[in-house]
Design a protein around this ligand. Structure first.
Ligand SMILES: N[C@@H](CCC(=O)N[C@@H](CS)C(=O)NCC(=O)O)C(=O)O
Length: 261
């Protein structure tokens, strides 16, 4: 049996749900609500000491980290392979995964927090309750980033750097997609799966201006949304944190000014 500890709008959980959907593998979900701290309860920390989702439990074996989980799924369920057969393309695929793990993910968290989640986390909590919730996070760096964004939003220097990092990553996607249909080369792969949630997150935050002049990224995103596996994102409505703010708020002028600075 496959059990997935996840959150409906977590980008890393979306990566795993898309891989499972591409393979048509059934799974049982355990939804964790971030704002109330389900991910930092002593019980969950025993399964994932980082206090993060996703966590996959396969026949009792615990696998953490979305990139590792996606490769695991592809190895254990080899039908409909999601890794290119060509070693060079496989190396390219892993470079895209590394981009997510080594920078884009943190940038995504900063932008999402500044645009939406900081207010949602603080909502209804006394300063003491908010501090207690932050203090429960196992990663002090992540905790400190969230504290600063709650206070200063997009004006925190590292948030501005993260906006620029994101813009560069989308520029790199545009350059790659001018040479091949898919990010790793000639076939849809875990590289595309890794990036879909990060583009959809910006879309939901109303920051699609990031690829307004990047036609190949726009076309690629249309193709990704047309795949049946996109339901692994679109069928899962926000429960606590809500990234669908584009109808209510416009953060694009601020983000655009950071990109152009
Ligand atoms: N490198 C990890 C990152 C996991 C991660 O950051 N998960 C976020 C959701 S996308 C989370 O659990 N956040 C909870 C929190 O910040 O308290 C992975 O790829 O699985």
């Amino acid at each position: 049996m496959l059990e997935l500890y996840h959150n409906n709008i977590s980008v890393c959980a979306q990566k795993v749900r898309i891989a499972l959907a591409e393979k048509g593998i059934p799974w049982v979900g355990h939804h964790l609500e971030f704002a109330r701290g389900d991910q930092v309860t002593p019980q969950y920390l025993k399964i994932n000491p980082r206090g993060l989702v996703p966590t996959l439990v396969h026949d009792g074996q615990i696998i953490i980290e979305s990139t590792v989980i996606d490769e695991y799924i592809d190895e254990v369920f080899p039908e409909q392979p999601l890794k290119p057969s060509d070693p060079v393309e496989r190396a390219h695929m892993r470079l895209w995964s590394k981009l997510c793990d080594e920078g884009l993910h943190t940038a995504c968290a900063s932008i999402s927090f500044a645009a939406a989640f900081a207010r949602q986390l603080a909502h209804g909590k006394t300063p003491e309750e908010l501090e207690a919730r932050l203090a429960a996070m196992p990663d002090p760096a992540r905790r400190d980033r969230q504290r600063q964004i709650i206070l200063h939003g997009f004006d925190v220097p590292f948030v501005r750097e993260h906006v620029k990092l994101y813009d560069k990553a989308i520029g790199d996607m545009e350059a790659t997609l001018s040479k091949s249909d898919w990010l790793a080369g000639s076939s849809f792969s875990l590289a595309d799966i890794s990036l879909i949630p990060y583009i959809e997150r910006m879309n939901r935050l109303g920051l699609e201006g990031m690829w307004a002049k990047r036609q190949r990224v726009a076309d690629w995103f249309e193709r990704m949304m047309a795949r049946p596996s996109f339901s692994a994102i679109s069928d899962f409505d926000p429960v606590d944190y809500d990234d669908r703010v584009k109808e209510k708020e416009n953060h694009w002028p601020k983000v655009k000014s950071i990109i152009e600075s």
